[in-house]
Write a protein that binds this ligand. Structure first.
Ligand code: ARG
Length: 273
């Protein structure tokens, strides 16, 4: 399995399997891989990170967390379009009756922050589930979060998007590549990589989608070891204090030769949302 492409849905499917007490099918990675960097994050330093949750569908032990998201306006949360697919939710988002965004809480088992219901979901009409191009959705919350939890979004041409820029990814996803899901928020330091690196890693053909730099952003640890992983999807990649990407897909987790692929938010987010 090592080196096989981890399809976008594997994370959530793995969570479903885990919830059902079955074996998790996420591709294993080298034992020394430390995905999401092995470093706890404090919500005070990352107040814009949220968890998407349904306890009915994913079980209550980790508060129903199945994807990440990021607050870009008091009532607007960005996440990955693939997080809202039928294969993940088992239906349309509005049919998941206990679907909530958990904001202001790093420890999923804790009581901090708030759980807010979603009144509307917008999935990028140009999202292509076979290639993951344009992997972005916008959730509208029924009540506003504090302005202090809003992060700015990098625009095309911003220095934050320049290859070599340090960036931090946040999430509650798999910390080992073997289905060990975090119960507290974690972060890993990676860097924005040139499109050519992901074009070489993901040329397409077979069952991998080709990397497409117009809607995707390449980021990772050139040494390997630090990366997003299953369950982190939809969560933020932040550079120079601005949102640059959303966790979207990758092959395995933390392999130097297979960087993380993120939604290029500057290219996909509509001007008005
Ligand atoms: N598709 C995964 C999810 O649904 C995210 C995978 C990210 N993988 C990576 N190697 N950066 O959670």
């Amino acid at each position: 399995m090592r080196g096989s492409l981890t399809r976008a849905l594997t994370g959530a499917m793995g969570l479903i399997a885990a919830a059902a007490g079955q074996a998790v099918t996420a591709a294993p990675v080298a034992a020394d891989s430390v995905v999401v960097g092995g470093r706890p994050a404090r919500i005070a330093d990352a107040p814009w990170v949220v968890a998407l949750s349904s306890r009915d569908r994913f079980g209550g032990t980790r508060a129903g967390q199945f994807c990440g998201g990021v607050v870009v306006a008091p009532t607007k949360v960005l996440t990955a379009a693939h997080c809202l697919g039928r294969e993940v939710l088992g239906g349309e988002p509005w049919e998941v009756r206990d679907f909530v965004v958990i904001a202001g809480r790093a420890a999923l088992r804790g009581q901090g922050g708030q759980e807010v219901r979603v009144s509307d979901t917008w999935v990028n009409p140009d999202y292509d589930p076979t290639t993951n191009a344009g992997d972005l959705a916008v959730l509208t919350l029924v009540s506003a979060l504090p302005q202090s939890s809003v992060i700015g979004v990098a625009r095309e041409g911003d220095a934050a998007l320049t290859p070599g820029t340090e960036a931090d990814v946040f999430g509650w996803g798999d910390t080992t590549g073997n289905g060990t899901y975090a119960s507290t928020l974690r972060t890993a330091r990676v860097q924005v990589l040139p499109d050519s690196t992901c074009e070489q890693a993901y040329p397409g053909g077979g069952f991998g989608a080709p990397y497409q730099g117009d809607t995707m952003l390449c980021a990772g640890d050139p040494q390997g070891g630090k990366d997003a992983c299953q369950g982190d999807s939809g969560g933020p990649l932040v550079a120079k204090g601005l949102l640059v990407g959303l966790v979207s897909w990758g092959s395995g987790c933390g392999q130097a030769e297979n960087p993380g692929v993120y939604t290029r938010v500057s290219a996909v987010l509509p001007a008005r949302f």
